[in-house]
Design a binder for this molecule. Structure first.
Ligand code: A3P
Length: 273
């Protein structure tokens, strides 16, 4: 019947690409992929699956907002477009640039114990190097400068200084526009965190216990939509190499003050080391 064709053409014409109304800005290795994929189970969410790196990379930012919009998925009317690029959080220019795009945009920041984040960050680089058959020193050698103690200039340490970066975002956005997700909570029990995210983004409550199930083999929650179920790929939730206890203690001591600063900025505390 001719109207069948018309209907699908009509529906296709209602699909459009929009600039994101929600952005997961970080933190790197905080659980950003899990958060995005879980949020994408919501029927009102259209998620950009690949990291776009628009606000943190000059060559992309120079391409302009038209290019950025083209990187977004097609969405139906009433759907919210969301992207995630963890590199935004620690990028000095990103907050102002995001505000210049849309001062009303909703920002999601998923955080995790800064020492665990650091070790996860290190583990990822270690795997990337191994895949290219390149050596990578043990974390102890990267971070310890003999008797001069921790090399706090190291990127993996700097990225775990959440207060330092968040302060810049709070210079560009009111606190009510930045929602902090507990990455540890998302691992232990995703649904409560997702419910708070739905609320923050103004989405109708839709995600429920059926959307998540614990996979014993993976040791993490996996995703379910109807008959379809899947876990995140093997690069997410992989074992970390053993790290010297002494270094872990040094890191915990080092992060203690910046953590307190972060807690005061977000008005809540986390049970970190
Ligand atoms: P590890 O691989 O170090 O355990 P990101 O996506 O920002 O890179 O974060 C990766 C981290 O997400 C993983 O770090 C893992 O701990 C965490 N994560 C949270 N929920 C997860 C889930 N359901 N499945 C797999 N990893 C998850």
């Amino acid at each position: 019947a001719p109207w069948v064709g018309n209907t699908s053409a009509f529906q296709a014409s209602r699909l459009q690409r929009h600039l994101p109304q929600g952005i997961i800005i970080g933190v790197r290795k905080g659980g950003t992929r899990a958060l995005l994929e879980m949020l994408a189970l919501h029927p009102q969410v259209a998620a950009a699956r690949a990291e776009v790196h628009f606000f943190n990379r000059e060559e992309n930012y120079g391409r302009g907002l038209g290019w950025y919009r083209q990187q977004m998925p097609l969405s139906r009317p009433g759907q919210l477009t969301v992207e995630k690029t963890p590199g935004y959080f620690s990028s000095p220019r990103a907050p102002e640039r995001v505000r210049a795009m849309d001062p009303a945009v909703r920002l999601l920041l998923i955080v995790r114990d800064p020492v665990e984040r650091l070790v996860s960050d290190y583990t990822q680089i270690l795997h990337n190097r191994r895949a290219r058959r390149k050596p990578y020193p043990p974390l102890e050698r990267l971070l310890l400068r003999g008797d001069r103690g921790l090399d706090t200039r190291h990127k993996a340490i700097q990225r775990s200084l959440y207060a330092l970066h968040l302060a810049r975002w709070l210079g560009a956005f009111p606190p009510a526009h930045i929602h902090v997700v507990d990455g540890g909570g998302l691992i232990r029990e995703p649904l409560p965190e997702l419910r708070r995210v739905e609320q923050f983004l103004g989405l109708a409550p839709s995600l429920g216990p059926d959307n998540f199930y614990f996979n014993q083999t993976k040791g993490f929650y996996c995703l379910r939509a109807g008959a379809h179920q899947r876990c995140l790929d093997q690069s997410k939730g992989r074992p970390h190499p053993p790290i010297a206890e002494q270094l872990l203690e040094q890191l915990c001591t080092y992060f203690s003050a910046p953590n307190e600063h972060f807690f005061s900025l977000v008005g809540r505390t986390f049970n970190w080391c």
